[in-house]
Design a protein around this ligand. Structure first.
Ligand code: ADP
Ligand code: NA
Length: 330
């Protein structure tokens, strides 16, 4: 396989992905199946860096996999698996922990943000070393490209630093990956607070569009999206963040350019845009929900797809781990 290798993971920490996850990440995963030798995983080991109820974690892991398949990940064109099914992640994670400086790990800003939110004393050591497990995730597959959001850039830098350090100390072992930050990626904002990123951790779910919610509920959220007091449909992130967010979503779901949309809605007002978008979303999400339910309704098939994915992933991961063990003196 001559294609560059891509690796990305998504956490099973909610019972549904939201529209931001889909347009900002999952859609790129689907596209990269055709340009890359792509490995995608549901990162349940990362999820337990904050407390998880076991039954919920198990259910959410299946739900995440079912939604990824429903969104278009094809086990024949990519390797889709669950992180904990491949024990090499935890194993290489330990080796990488042992070559990371404490100060170096302390500089990871995401830990500072997340632990501040939890209270420094209740944050786990696992949350602290999370980026180092992520380093192992990437290096195990000798990944070239890691499709991530801007917020992950620092972790990819750490990956390169640790790979170089390991290679320098113990001999060439790991490929140095590059962040694959898709610039034109849709940044989706909350429908009720269009200055805040749409997020499962939003204080209120009113502006959060969950893919597995009843389509009627989401349609209503689009129709009552917060905009501004003007009436002209024009893309302007500063003056019209709400309308710009709706235009981005419309454009992403229909493939229509923003300028063309501005023309299409000239003289029509905000109501028309909101109503259309509600319908467009429902038309897209309805078959997505059906496909998700099909995978969930047939757990044997789902589990067997994931078992096959883990087997494919392990073949690569085991080879890298064996080399790293050997290099380090085991
Ligand atoms: P959340 O912010 O809801 O906790 P995650 O951090 O689990 O979501 O993100 C999973 C993936 O979805 C990441 O690749 C992230 O960049 C992407 N993502 C999350 N929220 C958005 C958003 N509002 N717009 C675009 N991409 C997003
Ligand atoms: Na998040």
């Amino acid at each position: 396989n001559q294609r560059p290798r891509a690796l990305s993971g998504i956490q099973p920490t909610a019972s549904s992905f939201h529209l931001g996850n889909y347009l900002g990440a999952i859609r790129q995963y689907v596209a990269m199946q055709d340009t890359h030798d792509a490995f995608y995983m549901v990162v349940d080991l990362h999820a337990i860096t904050v407390p998880q109820d076991p039954a919920t974690l198990r259910a959410n892991t299946r739900l995440a996999a079912a939604q990824l398949l429903a969104a278009g990940l094809d086990p024949d064109r990519c390797t889709l698996f669950v992180q904990s099914h491949v024990p090499e992640h935890a194993q290489l994670g330990w080796l990488m922990n042992c070559i990371t400086g404490f100060g170096e790990a302390s500089r990871m800003t995401q830990f500072k943000d997340k632990s501040a939110r939890q209270g420094a004393d209740s944050a786990t050591v696992g949350l602290f070393t999370y980026p180092i497990l992520q380093v192992a995730d990437i290096l195990l597959y000798q990944a070239d490209a890691v499709p991530v959001g801007e917020d992950q850039r620092q972790h990819i830098e750490l990956t390169r630093d640790l790979a170089e350090r390991f290679n320098g100390r113990f001999g060439a072992t790991f490929n140095l990956p590059a962040a694959h930050i898709v610039r034109e990626v849709a940044k989706i904002y909350d429908l009720q607070d269009p200055t805040a990123k749409m997020s499962k951790s939003a204080a209120s779910a009113k502006g959060l569009v969950n893919l597995l919610d009843e389509p009627k509920v989401s349609a209503k959220k689009f129709r009552s999206a917060v905009t501004d007091t003007d009436t002209v449909v024009r893309y302007d992130e500063t003056e019209k963040p709400g309308i710009s967010n709706l235009l981005r979503i419309h454009s992403a779901l229909t493939g229509t350019g923003i300028a063309e949309l501005e023309e299409q809605y000239a003289g029509k007002g905000y109501g028309a845009l909101k109503t259309d978008l509600a319908e467009i979303f429902v038309a897209w999400v309805t078959p997505f929900r059906e496909r998700t339910q099909e995978y969930l309704g047939d757990p044997e098939t789902l589990d067997s797809l994931l078992a096959k994915g883990a087997e494919k992933a392990r073949a690569v991961a085991a080879e890298t781990l064996a080399l790293a063990y050997d290099r380090m003196g085991f």
